[in-house]
Design a protein around this ligand. Sequence first.
Ligand code: S3P
Length: 173
Amino acid sequence: MKTFDYNIILIGFMGTGKSTIAKKLSYMHRLEVVEMDEEIVRRQGMSIPDIFAEHGEEYFRNLETELLRDLQSRGGKVISCGGGAPLRAENVSLMKQNGRVVLLTATPESVYERVKNGKNRPILNGNMNVEYIASLMEKRREKYEAAADVVVATDGKVIWQICEELTQALKKG
Ligand code: S3P
């Protein structure tokens, strides 16, 4: 039997390590991994910046809700969410239907170091600096924290430590 029969849902700001942790957890616990951004790109046949540019943010947010709905039909997956997914109350209810929500956190400085060379995040276009990241993170903090069943701070920890901490916290219930 698998250790987890529900979905482990990773949320958090861009650059907090959701994708990396999802891959490692999927290996540790033999869970299928779903990367929301990748799945949306696959379904749309377009990159995230192109979806934002052609259809706008609201359209992208609707795609996220649609995908989350599809993903909750069964458990046993680790789902790495786009950073904006938990901002909609409807999305959080969908996540909780069949999953437990884990919030990964990091300081604005370490997020900046991880995302500064990326070209794939339209939300940070023209605003790739620590001050902007810190203010957006602060704006989102309340919703992130309200959605979370478990919170894991990632700064100064290696991948296996984060996964171990997260696993123990989930097992504790
Ligand atoms: C977004 C985060 C991105 C992606 C999109 C919007 C956000 O995902 O979904 O660019 O609003 O925080 P990552 O958190 O995987 O970078």
